[in-house]
Design a protein around this ligand. Structure first.
Ligand SMILES: [Zn+2]
Length: 431
């Protein structure tokens, strides 16, 4: 991905740098050749060259670009889970996924870590984004997901004679686990997504307290993936599934819904971040009936939401790390609503806006293994920046409204927001 050349000076705003430090009012951000040269009080900022590009933050907020830590670019706002597998061919899924990437960037998400994808689309989305062919977040790719036979993702009855090749590897035992990971190695992905447990979505045979992989299968996934320098994560709701994942060597835990003391200790010992992805649960409860979810499923989502909120609070208070990602890509929880996860964590889970912003920026970049490159506004880092009209530290809901974004920058280049629209008008595409 290209970075800007020259100097950009952003002034007249409050600085939220993503580290959790107090807000700096009357701040300035200086960008040199796409990287941050200065972030701090405007009074102490170095003098900018006369030809510098200037951005007026209008008394609003200057903060790091957001990181969606559980992103499904290829989930196309499906109205039923089965649609993921059978509704569209890979060609159309790829087009829809590229539209979702553009939308995520417009929503202020300058980076995203995939939580699983259809076919091998992520790897090629990442290639297109890194080559500046399509706009989108800097992506950490995932691939087809892994689940044991009869588990949460193995939902097609045998008589339908439909495999799940585009969505998951259905495995039986350690040999199948290794085989699936080796296929993903060849696909060129970075994160292996697995299903150690069930979910509220399947209350009869694979509910949120059911295990969907054996410890041995999970360990085989980790050993093979780590050997090839891939990372492993998993959909972990049941308490025992969380413990199995941590003991098997998982790098992150998705959801971490029902944590007991032992699971929390294991998580902290390993220093593994958790990505609760709670807005999916909230949206399932609020809008599920419109999409035909039964009351039983909705009740299970409520139990998941309550358990997940409590666990997330405990993890953060105990010194653990949380990533912010809301599992968007379902009819009732569509792409574009990403920042509702942040509002939920302030209003319902009880975190402060600054804590949530640190989870959504610094911790997100660390989850991607790129904490040294971006995620905070500190000298030397890539200038992935969000300039918002309004005081985000006082009102986190401002991030839900992309019309409030003055500018979304990646590597110092304005990619979205009000100023990008102005640039597009001033410099229409030639030809
Ligand atoms: Zn997910």
């Amino acid at each position: 991905m290209k970075t800007a050349t020259g100097t950009t000076l952003i002034t007249n705003g409050r600085l939220v740098d993503g580290t959790g430090k107090a807000v700096v009012s009357a701040a300035a951000l200086v960008i040199e050749n796409g990287r941050i040269a200065y972030a701090g009080p405007a009074a102490a900022a170095p003098a900018a060259a006369s030809g510098a590009q200037r951005i007026d933050a209008r008394g609003g907020t200057i903060m790091p670009g957001l990181v969606e830590a559980h992103f499904h670019a290829t989930y196309f706002n499906v109205e039923k889970l089965e649609d993921l597998d059978i509704k569209y061919p890979v060609e159309y899924v790829s087009l829809l996924a590229s539209v979702n990437c553009k939308l995520a960037l417009e929503c202020g998400y300058t980076a995203a870590r995939s939580g699983g994808c259809l076919f091998n689309v992520d790897v090629w989305l990442k290639t297109a984004i890194e080559s500046d062919l399509i706009p989108g977040p800097r992506l950490a790719s995932s691939g087809r997901e892994i689940c044991s036979a009869g588990g949460l993702m193995d939902w097609n009855p045998e008589f339908r004679k439909i495999g799940m090749e585009g969505l998951v590897f259905i495995i039986n035992g350690q040999e199948d686990a290794r085989k699936a990971v080796r296929a993903l190695v060849k696909d060129g992905i970075e994160w292996v997504k697995t299903y150690p447990t069930g979910d509220a979505a399947s209350p009869d045979i694979n509910d949120h307290h059911t295990l969907c992989m054996t410890f041995e299968e999970m360990h085989a996934v980790v050993a093979t993936a780590h050997n090839h320098k891939l990372k492993v994560t998993g959909h972990c709701r049941a308490t025992q599934g969380i413990k199995n994942a941590l003991r098997a060597g998982y790098d992150t835990i998705e959801h971490g819904t029902f944590m007991d003391d032992e699971a929390l200790d294991l998580l902290l010992e390993r220093g593994a971040p958790c990505i609760p992805a709670l807005y999916f649960e909230k949206a399932s409860i609020e809008r599920g009936s419109e999409f035909g979810l039964s009351q039983r499923v909705i009740d299970c989502h409520q139990e998941t939401l309550d358990g997940g909120s409590e666990s997330a609070r405990r993890i953060l208070r105990a010194g653990g790390r949380l990533g912010m990602g809301g599992d968007y890509g379902f009819g009732w929880n569509p792409h574009g609503d990403y920042a509702r996860e942040l509002t939920f964590f302030v209003k319902d889970v009880g975190l402060t806006p600054l804590e949530v912003i640190t989870c959504a920026t610094k911790s997100g970049a660390e989850i991607m293994g790129r904490g040294a490159e971006f995620g905070t506004l500190e000298k030397g880092k890539l200038a992935d920046v969000l300039v918002v009209d309004g005081d985000v530290a006082a009102d986190i809901t401002l991030l839900e409204d992309r019309k409030k974004f003055i500018a979304v920058l990646q590597g110092g280049i304005i990619k979205a927001g009000q100023l990008a629209q102005r640039l597009a008008v001033e410099a229409p595409i030639a030809g």
